[in-house]
Design a protein around this ligand. Structure first.
Ligand SMILES: C[S@@+](CC[C@H](N)C(=O)[O-])C[C@H]1O[C@@H](n2cnc3c(N)ncnc32)[C@H](O)[C@@H]1O
Length: 256
């Protein structure tokens, strides 16, 4: 899997590639990352990559030609064809399903926008997909690219210490798509707050049942849409449904 990243700020990626458990995916080459400094394809002595928008208005627009030249250089360097992805508020929001898709793919060419965005003609001619990180505006696509890389890297075999751990994470549709349960560690009593008794019982079935219930209740409270999906896809057992019925309808807490 190889990701080629087109950016005006390649130095932003350095800490990501050497930190935390995911660095193993980059070091082993399971997830290859190539950084391409768009400035090298800029125009003229000042290596210009942006200009004022036609029609006036604030800000600058990323020029199509430097992006095209950078893309051509990447394509000449890549052994296999790859989709071109632009990070943009206009794309669908990144979610578990999209991350799973990219985690099982051969990678992509990722374009990080800056300024007011990219000349639309380049998007129309060369971009296959757009990805948003959510309904807010970042100053550049780099953080979105890092979010995608991180989420993809942790799904690679052998990257997490415990192979099973990502299977139990939130949003995994292969299990149920629910939110993960709450977690606790030492000490047993912290500032007057105790660890829930079932977790201290040493009784595996009781612990598993408690975790299941917490996951269901948390999802019902915070993300009823996910619970509804799990219900309609048949991921809830009779016991799950009985628990939810006993609790009655949850009211989401807007503060949490
Ligand atoms: C300042 S933003 C441009 C925002 C654009 N004028 C708009 O209002 O939609 C500069 C670049 O940051 C990236 N970006 C901003 N918000 C993003 C988001 N929510 N998801 C992904 N990329 C984003 C895009 O690459 C974008 O071209």
């Amino acid at each position: 899997m190889r990701f080629d990243i087109v950016t005006l700020f390649p130095e932003l990626f350095a800490p990501l590639l050497v930190s935390g458990v995911t660095r193993r995916a980059y070091e082993s080459g399971q997830v290859q990352v190539r950084l391409w400094d768009l400035r090298e394809h800029g125009e003229g002595a000042y290596r210009r990559v942006d200009d004022r928008p036609y029609g006036g208005g604030p800000g600058m627009v990323m020029l199509a030609q430097p992006l095209l030249e950078c893309l051509q250089r990447i394509r000449a360097d890549r052994p296999a064809a790859a989709p071109v992805v632009l990070f943009s508020p206009a794309g669908p929001a990144l979610d578990h399903e999209a991350v799973s898709h990219w985690a099982g793919s051969q990678g992509a060419i990722l374009i990080c926008g800056r300024y007011e965005g990219v000349d639309q003609r380049f998007i129309d001619a060369h971009v296959d997909r757009q990805i948003s990180l959510g309904d807010f505006v970042l100053s550049g696509g780099e953080i979105a690219a890092m979010a995608l890389l991180d989420a993809v890297a942790r799904l690679q075999p052998g990257v997490l210490h415990d192979e099973g751990s990502h299977r139990q994470d939130s949003f995994n549709p292969a299990i149920d798509g629910l939110l993960d349960c709450p977690h606790y560690s030492r000490p047993e009593l912290w500032q007057g707050r105790a660890v829930p008794a079932p977790l201290l019982s040493g009784h595996h079935a009781q612990i598993a049942q408690w975790r299941r219930e917490q996951s269901l209740l948390l999802t019902e409270r915070q993300r009823p849409d996910l619970l509804q999906k799990a219900r309609s896809s048949g991921h809830l057992t009779a016991r799950d449904l009985a628990l939810l019925a006993r609790q009655g309808p949850a009211v989401a807490d807007p503060e949490s």
